[in-house]
Write a protein that binds this ligand. Structure first.
Ligand SMILES: [Zn+2]
Length: 124
């Protein structure tokens, strides 16, 4: 079954791939969404996603719950893996806390290992 773009103005973008019908009875129609779709595979382009948003976005937020206070990302959750270039093709790797600037050194292998977490780094 075809999954159609949900953009409310998709059919108004007069591209040849939207053109259908026979001579004397031609029309433009909504595109289907392929596996490269946008907005969780519901739209053919970011333009169609934006059109939907312009029409329904505010009501959607009010329906699912509007944010009335800012969300905070606290110090404990502000860690990332990062690196610096130190010359001669070399880098130094570390965990970095983006709020406190605290650093925990990492080897390249630890940096590349997605299972090497902050908790593991703290245990060593
Ligand atoms: Zn579309």
């Amino acid at each position: 079954m075809n999954k159609f773009c949900q953009g409310p103005k998709c059919h108004t973008y007069m591209t040849t791939d939207r053109k259908r019908g026979i001579k004397g009875d031609k029309y433009f129609q909504t595109r289907t969404v392929n596996s490269y779709g946008y907005g969780d595979n519901n739209f053919c382009t970011t333009i169609c996603l934006g059109d939907w948003w312009a029409k329904h976005g505010t009501r959607a937020i009010d329906h699912f719950g509007r944010l009335h206070n800012p969300i905070r990302l606290i110090q404990e959750n502000a860690w990332i893996k990062d690196y610096d270039y130190i010359g001669n093709g070399d880098h130094t790797h570390y965990f970095l806390n983006k709020l406190t600037n605290e650093r925990i050194p990492l080897t390249l292998a630890q940096y590349d290992d997605n299972d090497y977490t902050l908790e593991r780094a703290r245990q060593t």
